[in-house]
Design a protein around this ligand. Structure first.
Ligand code: NDP
Length: 477
């Protein structure tokens, strides 16, 4: 398999200006797949300058119909290259190949959605008191920096690149150090589909060096970031200096609330993969489960039974549901959490151990006996670990759900419609599902309350977030 190893700047594949490279490791084999160019601040300057040129010379003013054609063409080329992209995504981060295929499809679908959104993205006419004609315009910002993580590298890149381009901006995309390959390929494929050189630049490189240079660059007007809350906070502080626009999609510690009247079999059968999918490396992972006392024991029994049937194996096999963690360091960080529950009070009902094969694997762990002050209950583990606790009172349970500094996602299971509406309103999170574990719809806004973020990916809300709102007043006399 040929790996994309070069930066993509102004339509050219190139080495880093200082010729630095960084290795990409397959976590399923622990072997190096390839060495990829690692950009410096000088490469950032070249990419941003090129993006600004393309913005001013062509992309900003391209008729909406033409921009729509290019966006549909990118989606088509992505679908034509779906298998190669899925193989790259799977090998660089250990994602099960069937999930990788779905997620590349999701990326293509994101371009299709925003291609269609261009012709529906409207301003308003406003009947102002003094008469005359008043209307609003949604104007692109210029060069946008999209900084993305390693857990869903391709779809998250598309969630940022597609609406930003659709709104008329140019984008510099920075993938995480573990996962540059599909981002680099996206740059190449978008150019093949007709995107002008400079409209999408892709720079692999170290976040702490070139990432900072990108955020601070005076011509970067907006930073759209997904990753850890600590780096999100750092980016927001850097952006504050020049009042740059930011949108942040950060960590989570999402609840899964099971009421006694729920369809218990259905809830228990689907709940394990709501936390263990992507090896638990998911900001929406439902890692805190609250179960109403009368059904607690039965739910735990069914949950553990379903967990034991999860296929943890080589991500290249089509039947694999859970692959390795992204790196040895990530596994070690998860194991440190598991060390904290080796006490007489806690019970690990299954998992938490390493399977015998080579690779950064860890069997999914189900933990009981947590106090609400335990680190493992409060902090984002970002690995295959779930904690389950019983509750007796709805209000007390909601107070505990909302005690988290995070507020990204969550689920609640009940057959009582009034309760569903009441509880859905009171959970402090940006997205919530009732009798389902679905968090992401390309057409609907996705993002967090509190320390889970700021602004929204997806839906029309994301496209608005890549524009400035201008009001124009025309006097009639
Ligand atoms: P980071 O937040 O460090 O990385 C996310 C992205 O930000 C990467 O592209 C990274 O680049 C970049 N970055 C890092 N520092 C800077 C900077 N100073 N300026 C600009 N960009 C920067 O996440 P980690 O990969 O370190 O993961 C650590 C923890 O974060 C995980 O264990 C998990 O808890 C959480 N996380 C949450 C995610 C989510 O979806 N909300 C996604 C990923 C992680 P580079 O890789 O080159 O450092």
């Amino acid at each position: 398999m040929q790996f994309p190893t070069k930066l993509f700047i102004n339509g050219n594949l190139c080495d880093a200006s200082d010729h630095k490279t960084v290795g990409v490791i397959n976590p399923a084999t622990e072997e190096t797949l390839c060495e990829v160019a690692s950009a410096s601040a000088k490469d950032v300057d070249a990419a941003v300058a090129g993006g600004q040129r393309t913005f001013e010379d062509s992309w900003r003013d391209l008729p909406p119909g033409k921009r729509t054609e290019v966006m549909f063409s990118i989606a088509r080329v992505l679908r034509e290259n779906l298998e190669e992209l899925a193989q790259l995504e799977s090998q660089m981060i250990g994602k099960p190949i069937s999930d990788a295929r779905d997620e590349i499809g999701l990326g293509a679908r994101t371009f299709e959605y925003y291609a269609g959104a261009i012709s529906r993205f409207c301003g308003q006419t406003i009947p102002v008191a003094r008469g005359g004609f008043d209307f609003t315009l949604r104007q692109p910002m210029g060069v946008v920096a999209a900084i993305v993580p390693w857990n869903f590298p391709f779809p998250i890149a598309c969630w940022k690149v597609a609406p930003a381009l659709a709104a008329g901006n140019c984008v510099v995309l920075k993938p995480a150090r573990q996962s540059p390959l599909t981002a680099l390929k996206l740059g190449e494929l978008a150019a093949k589909a007709g995107l002008p050189p400079g409209a999408l630049q892709v720079l692999a490189g170290a976040g702490s060096e070139m990432g900072d240079a990108l955020v601070k660059h005076p011509q970067v007007r907006k930073i759209s970031f997904t990753g850890s809350t600590s780096v999100g906070s750092h980016i927001m502080q850097l952006a504050a200096r020049d009042i740059k626009r930011v949108s942040l999609e950060l960590g989570g510690k999402s609840p899964n609330i099971i009421f006694a009247d729920a369809d218990l079999e259905k809830a228990a059968a689907s709940s394990p993969m709501s936390v263990f999918a992507n090896t638990g490396q998911d900001c929406c992972a439902r890692s805190r489960v609250f179960v109403e006392r009368p059904v607690y024991e039965k739910f735990v029994e069914l949950f553990v039974q379903a967990t034991r049937s999860i296929v943890v194996d080589d991500p290249a096999k089509p039947e694999t549901q859970v692959g390795p963690l992204v790196s040895k360091q990530q596994r070690q960080s998860v194991e440190e959490f598991l060390e904290t529950v080796k006490t007489p009070r806690h019970k690990v009902l299954c998992g938490g151990d390493r399977p015998s094969r080579k690779g950064c694997y860890l069997n999914p762990a189900v933990v009981l006996g947590c106090d609400t002050s335990d680190r493992i209950w409060r902090e984002e583990v970002f690995g295959p670990v779930v904690c389950i606790r019983p509750f007796d009172d709805e209000n007390a349970m909601l107070a505990e759900v909302n005690a988290s500094p995070y507020g990204l996602s969550g689920s609640l299971w009940t057959n009582d419609l009034k309760r569903a509406l009441r509880v859905a309103r009171r959970v402090e999170s940006g997205v919530l599902s009732v009798n389902s574990h679905s968090s992401v719809h390309v057409e609907a806004p996705f993002g967090g309350f509190k320390q889970s973020g700021l602004g929204r990916d997806l839906g029309m809300a994301a496209m608005e977030g890549y524009t400035e709102l201008k009001n124009v007043y025309v006097a009639e006399s």
